[in-house]
Design a protein around this ligand. Structure first.
Ligand SMILES: C[S@@+](CC[C@H](N)C(=O)[O-])C[C@H]1O[C@@H](n2cnc3c(N)ncnc32)[C@H](O)[C@@H]1O
Length: 272
């Protein structure tokens, strides 16, 4: 395979080879906020430019999975020339058979149909894993971010945690110096979820509070509400990480925070 020369549009197993331009490669890795702690996996890696850039420009470890043995040989050669062979690996094989569950970032330049075929495996990755695709989408899993560079779209998804359902827990007491009531209170959250889009409502001590800016990014759930005390009106911030069946975080008001811990309320079984 030494001296293998790729041809634009050459047959690939499920899609032809076309390289991602350098500026787009770098922007994809920037949008995904790749850094030295990351393990980047490029599914269908061609000449290896995305894994090589992830290692050489962002300090990450990276893997390229590519079906064509000639492209794999070329990619290994280019990685050696870039001085990143220790941090970049190329695996020859079918990307659909490759176990990428330890990736923190997955990069794609495939097709809409292939992205959709990969979607269940991507959604099963740990919350917070970033998926970035050159040009192609994930159907109704809308991207968290989208940028257009040189007339090419780059899409970023952050794998969302599962937050749908009923959560309950205690918050407070609030810091005495904070505006508004300080006594501990109970929060109930009732959420529905479509991918990273979350809707729902909250109760404070059983009374509805109008929550705003409800958002989920990876495993971080956040929202705000306006607390009306007799003598003031204050914005309260709720930020928590999803850890299995617990929400662990803080409620902040007036620049002071207190911890919060909510647990999933099991759904009542039929007949209860
Ligand atoms: C459009 S190119 C993208 C190459 C590279 N990711 C980039 O952005 O420059 C798609 C690559 O996927 C490879 N490929 C197609 N089907 C594959 C499969 N089932 N398993 C592994 N690689 C595949 C092709 O050989 C080709 O190199």
């Amino acid at each position: 395979m030494k001296g293998f020369k790729p041809v634009l549009g050459q047959e690939g197993r499920d899609v032809v080879w076309l390289p991602t331009p350098t500026a787009i490669t770098l922007r994809m890795l920037e949008i995904a906020r790749v850094g030295p702690a990351d393990r980047v996996v490029d599914l269908g890696s061609g000449d290896g430019r995305i894994p090589i850039a992830a290692a050489s420009a962002f300090g990450a470890r990276a893997v390229g999975v590519e079906f064509s043995p000639g492209m794999v040989a070329l990619a290994r050669d280019l990685a050696a020339r870039a001085g990143v062979s220790e941090r970049v690996r190329f695996v020859q094989g079918d990307l659909f058979a490759y176990d990428f569950r330890d990736a923190t970032v997955v990069t794609l330049f495939l097709t809409n149909a292939l992205n959709l075929k990969l979607r269940p495996a991507l959604l099963a990755l740990p919350p917070g894993t970033r998926v970035v695709s050159h040009l192609f989408t994930m159907a109704d899993w809308l991207p968290d971010e989208r940028q257009v560079l040189d007339e090419r779209a780059i899409h970023l998804w952050v794998v969302p945690a599962e937050v749908g359902g009923h959560w309950r827990g205690k918050v407070g007491p609030m810091p005495a110096a904070a505006p508004g009531p300080v006594a501990p209170f109970t929060i109930d959250l009732k959420l529905t979820q479509t991918f990273q889009i979350v809707e729902g409502g909250a109760l404070r001590d059983g009374r509805f509070i109008g929550i705003e800016r409800l958002r989920l990014r990876g495993d971080e759930l956040a929202f705000e509400w306006v607390q009306s005390a007799p003598d003031d009106t204050t914005r309260v911030q709720f930020v928590a990480r999803v850890e299995r069946d617990r929400l662990i975080g803080t409620v902040s008001v007036g620049g002071r925070s207190v911890p919060l811990l909510l647990a999933r309320v099991p759904e009542a079984s039929p007949g209860q």
